[in-house]
Design a protein. Structure first.
Length: 357
């Protein structure tokens, strides 16, 4: 630390003073020492202040040049002082961070709020409607045996009906050298699994993921969900099927919905139908409607009375028991309800889409 000099200041003495002050500053490790340094150089009676005062003893010429140098020296030291303080603070922060202490100066990170996937929401909504009507909810395996996915559903090996389900086979051969394992192409295998494991009366819905060996487009995905429905008991008729599914349509799509059944073919039901609802966008009008493509009707599921062969297959007495089954696609229902135009949005993981639900 230089003593205030009583000599008139020169450019050289100012330069020396600045250098030694700066060098000293750089060795200081804490804010208290830095403040003592500030007082001793820049304070009211500090060395540099004294120099500035000494300017008055100089002639006008020198006063101008040396005065400018002294002012610059003051600015330089003030700058360095500020930087030193900043540096000491930074280092203190880093030390406390590395000691795992809480850095209260960091703004908190807002927790990202999650939400349910639109498929999850609609699956729950569908299941809730059936639960309210007395159905239970069961789930089953996504990797399935040929036996349940096809055989037990009255779709024998080599039967052309197998072409209705483009199948992803698992690379596994049974002792007979057959591909016996697959990714389930629908939730219907659970019909047989459930009936095998319990006695009527049965009322269940089965939500779950299905897979198909399929080129994707706006209405086809290679994986998607289904909700299967199954009701078995004494004296169940097609009227029960209609009543149940009509109620479902009204609860899902609105009180004033009408429904339509047309013949359709699925090997495990007889008779088999597809069920449509009248279009909620155009109220069944049809003309120029984008949602129902001018028809006034929207197909929402396949259904039918369980084929006697399926009941026999699980050992049920077909004189005593009858039942109905249905299968619907939640993504398709969500697309209709929310006006989504491409099924590929569901699993593209684009938050701009997912955040809308
Ligand atoms: N499992 C059928 C499908 O995927 C749908 C269906 C289920 C049809 C139950 C009738 C009864 O196409």
């Amino acid at each position: 630390m230089s003593e205030p000099s009583s000599q008139p200041p020169t450019a050289q003495s100012i330069d020396e003073l600045t250098r030694s002050a700066a060098a000293e500053l750089n060795t200081l490790e804490n804010l208290e020492a830095v403040d003592r340094w500030r007082v001793s150089y820049l304070g009211r009676r500090g060395s540099l202040t004294t120099v500035l005062r000494g300017l008055s003893s100089l002639n006008i010429e020198d006063r101008r040049t040396i005065g400018a140098a002294a002012n610059q020296a003051k600015n330089t030291l003030e700058d360095q002082l500020e930087r030193r303080i900043h540096r000491i603070n930074e280092e203190a922060l880093q030390r406390s961070a590395s000691q795992d202490r809480l850095d209260v100066t960091l703004p908190g990170r807002p927790p990202g709020k999650g939400r349910l996937h639109p498929t999850t929401k609609i699956v729950r909504e569908i299941c809730n409607v059936f639960v309210a009507m007395g159905f239970g909810v069961v789930e089953g395996p996504e990797v399935e045996w040929d036996h349940y996915n096809f055989e037990m559903l009255n779709i024998p090996k080599g039967h052309p009906a197998r072409d209705m389900w483009n199948t992803l086979w698992v690379d596994y051969e049974d002792p007979a050298g057959e591909n016996a394992m697959l990714l389930r192409t629908h939730t219907s295998p659970m019909q047989a699994r459930i009936m095998e494991s319990r006695e009527p009366p049965i009322r269940v819905v089965v939500p779950g993921k299905c897979y198909r060996y399929e080129a994707t487009d706006a209405t086809h995905e290679w994986h998607f969900y289904q909700v299967e429905g199954l009701a078995v008991g004494e004296g169940i008729t097609f009227a029960d099927l209609k009543g149940t599914l009509y109620e479902f349509a009204r609860r899902m799509f609105g009180e004033e919905r009408r429904i339509r059944f047309r013949c359709d073919y699925f090997p495990f039901v007889e008779p088999g139908v597809d069920m449509s609802i009248d279009c909620f966008a155009c109220q069944g009008d049809g003309d120029g409607c984008r949602i129902c493509r001018d028809s006034g009707w929207i197909e929402i599921m396949g259904a039918g009375m369980i084929h006697p062969k399926v009941l026999e297959g699980v050992g049920y007495d077909t004189d005593k028991y009858t039942g109905f089954a249905f299968g619907l696609g939640p993504e398709r229902i969500a697309m209709l309800k929310y006006g989504i135009d491409d099924i590929r949005h569901f699993y593209a993981n684009d938050l701009r889409f997912l955040r809308q639900f």
